[in-house]
Design a protein around this ligand. Sequence first.
Ligand code: G1P
Length: 285
Amino acid sequence: MISSCVFPVAGYGTRFLPATKSVPKELLPVVNKPLLQYSVEEALSAGMAKMGFVTGRGKQAIEDYFDCNYELEHQLQGTSKEALLDETRDVIEAGQYSFIRQRQMKGLGHAILSAEPLVKEGAFGVILPDDLCHNPAGDGVMTQLAEVYRRYGKSVVAIEPVPMERVSRFGVIAGESIEDNLLQITDMVEKPSVEEAPSNLAIIGRYILTPDIFEILRRTQPGKGGEIQITDALLEQAKQGNVLALKFAGRRFDCGNVHGFVEATNYFYQNVYCAEETKKQVRSA
Ligand code: G1P
């Protein structure tokens, strides 16, 4: 039902220098797959096939990644290594990939507003690739949000409880429970101090936004850090009772810093990569 997903990927990735001097941080591998591909796969499995990337200077490698590499394919054709490209080829074929440049870094709200020409039809998803999510028990987080949207037709954000001393890293919500694990948001604050935080429920980088968000974003004034914040625009929808928050099933890793990235790498190596290798061995035995 929701066909488009936006990926803000214009950030510099300074926490990963020197690696990010010439490689976009979104293409750094978690085991053997770029961080961004996990996000794209999550969108595809939620039925979203129109990917809109908000890129910036120095991010051309992302466009190349989601395109054919004829030379490489030709080199590997007919060899035992050909299958190594299958997974990525399937992802490329399953989606349509569009790119738009965010010329100035004016915050997440501004990045999402920049994506407007890419998402003309109705509600859309937003995935921040830094937040890498995995749900071994079932649907990915974007599928879980889409299911809530299907029933309520309102904007939906994914949330998780965090220790109080970490609330200042997130958008933080207050809400009233309307179902198990589902709240209607009554307040939200971008990166509050412990004293300002309305709860310890943090927004993580998964959103479904109804399209009126664009018009709101156009008049949203710079907020925290002098940037146009999606949290502030969503608060306007929330005041009308139009934003829900889902305590999602699964795990989230903050790949925006080295510690979280290494944690994700260890987890995916053990729980995804090795598990798949074992399955392949069993199949070929
Ligand atoms: C952004 C949002 C914040 C949200 C976070 C999730 O912050 O502004 O509300 O909690 O993503 O990762 P950023 O991490 O880009 O500073």
